[in-house]
Each structure stands twice: as C-alpha cells, then as structure tokens.
Ligand binder design. Structure first.
Ligand code: ATP
Ligand code: ZN
Length: 284
C-alpha cells in the first residue's frame, strides 16, 4: 500500500515540493520525462503533473494528496481538503498598472480592461469592492497585455515584482496572498490516511525546524535570570557551567525572527559569544 502524491512536474512549485520531501527523509528520482516514480524508503508513489491538473487528480482520487498553490484552488474550487500550509511558493495575486499612470485607488479602475488568468478571483474582488471593470481572460504572458494594447492593467501573480517592473508595470493592489499547500481527497482510505499522518508528522517537524534556531550564549552566572526573561517563546533555557568560575552557557530554541528582535537586548544584558545554529528536525 502506497500513498499517492501529485507534485508539479516543472515550474515554481517543483523544486520546493521535492526539497520538502527530501528533507522529510524521502528519497526518489524524478528523471527527465518521468511521470511516475516510487520513493525508496517511504510508502509513497509520486506523480509529476502540470499544477493545474493536480486538484482534479486529487478530487477524483487518482492521487490521494497533492501540493498546489492556494491561488489555483481559489480560482477553481474542488472537492479537496487543505491539510497543511507548506511555507514555500509564497506569492500575491496583484493588480498592476502601467508605471506612468497616476493610480489613487480601486475606483480608478472603473471602466478599465484588466487582463488576468484569474477571472473568478478578480471578479469576486471587484464585486466585494464595488468596482465595475472589464475582465479580460488570458492564459500566460499576462504582463505584456498593456504594452500590446490588450488591456489597461493586469491582475497577475507576483513574488519579487521584477517581472512587472521590467514590463513597465507597478503593483497597485493585492487581491490575495498565496503559498503552497498540501491537499487531500476527502474520502481518503484508512491505510492511506495512516501514511498521510506519518508524512504530516515529518512535514511539521521540518517546518518547525526551519522556523526555529538553536541559540547558545555565554553570560555571567548572575545574569541568567535577566537573559532568560529576554529570550522569548521558551519554557526555560538549559544552563551549563563554564570552566571559568561564575560563567555559564545558556542554550535554548528561538524563532529566527525573534532572535533579531532581541539580539541587542541580550548583549546589553551581558550575553557574549552568541551562536545561532540551524536545526535539522524538531519533533513537535
Ligand atoms: P504548469 O506548467 O505546471 O501549469 P504554471 O506556469 O501554471 O505551471 P508556475 O508559474 O510554475 O505555474 O507557478 C506555479 C505556482 O507557483 C503558482 O500557481 C503559484 O502558486 C506559485 N508561485 C510562487 N511565486 C510565483 C510567481 N512569482 N509567479 C507565479 N507563480 C508563483
Ligand atoms: Zn499551470
């Protein structure tokens, strides 16, 4: 018995999906042109597909689970369950206007023609914001639509914004934000569901490890209380004596984001020799 997972074959989610499974200790080869493979050391069968086809494969039960951008599901809802956000493939669906255009707000789009591959999401957004604009559906190369006279503005996926910029566009409004998610068919058989639980356990430990760092620092013993108070989000640090009298090493887990917020405070409180180390896995 294998759990069948559908991954994007090529494109912006392909590397992130493969990397996540590898980090979960699941090895497989996805040689060029291969549509299907089996993992070597985990009961997983992998299908490589176009991202747009993944929700249907999962909804129809051809695959049990899949990795897909939230934007695809929002545009085209299917009978699938979103099981876990995966923290990669982050992007926004944004409305962008020609750089030279003075844009002051959504009402400026009234009567304008907007090119997009996401007509459903955009139409809901316009309805919610009482904007009456014309939606022009295009598949691919949305960003060139204004320069060839096909539309006045676009609504497209953006991550850094460099593609928009090089096409003379600037981001004006965010319609939705998106990241990769793990989806599952609603009627997952019991044995597939047990494998999914094992996979989820590994994914969560990889995610937790990516968001946290192991921190080690030295401090005078009489500063332990002050420093412990500054280190957020932990039960209690490990305190180990140093060979030097009255000095200790404090060790703890901290989110990377929090570390940068408190590093100056830690130094002021007497911390020295601060080391921040990556964590491979964190069992949560
Ligand atoms: P396919 O050939 O599989 O149909 P595609 O061209 O439709 O691929 P990609 O451009 O590879 O799709 O994007 C896949 C997903 O990656 C998007 O649906 C989105 O969720 C995510 N993504 C992340 N960043 C970006 C970005 N800058 N532009 C487009 N998509 C992005
Ligand atoms: Zn696609």
């Amino acid at each position: 018995m294998n759990l069948k997972i559908a991954l994007q074959k090529q494109g912006k989610l392909a590397d992130g999906s493969t990397r996540l499974l590898h980090k979960c200790g699941i090895e497989f080869s996805n040689g060029y042109g291969k549509l299907r493979t089996e993992a070597e050391d985990f009961p997983l069968e992998i299908f490589f597909l176009r991202d747009d086809d993944i929700p249907d494969y999962v909804a129809d039960g051809v695959a049990d689970v899949g990795i897909i951008g939230q934007n695809v599901l929002a545009e085209n809802p299917k009978k699938v369950k979103t099981v876990e956000k995966l923290g990669f493939g982050r992007c926004r669906l944004s409305i962008a206007v020609p750089k030279g255009l003075g844009y002051t707000g959504l009402q400026d789009l009234t009567g304008k023609k907007i090119a997009t591959s996401y007509p459903n999401i955009l139409s809901d957004f316009f309805t919610a914001n009482a904007v009456s604009a014309e939606i022009h559906e295009v598949n691919g190369s949305v960003e060139i639509a204004p320069s060839v006279g096909l539309s006045d503005a676009v609504c497209d996926l953006v991550s850094s914004g460099s593609t928009l910029f090089s096409n003379g566009l600037r981001e004006a409004e965010t319609v939705m934000t998106s990241e990769a998610v793990l989806i599952a068919r609603p009627d997952l058989p019991v044995d597939a569901s047990a494998i999914l639980d094992q996979l989820l356990f590994r994914i969560r430990s990889v995610k937790a490890a990516e968001q946290n760092k192991y921190i080690l620092l030295n401090a005078p013993a009489d500063k332990v209380e002050d420093i412990s108070r500054i280190l957020p989000g932990m039960r209690s640090p490990t305190v180990v004596p140093l060979a030097e009298p009255d000095w200790v090493s404090l060790q703890s887990v901290i989110s990377e984001h929090e570390f940068w917020n408190v590093v100056d405070e830690l130094k002021r409180a007497g911390a020295e020799g601060i080391l921040v180390v990556s964590i491979d896995h964190m069992i949560v």
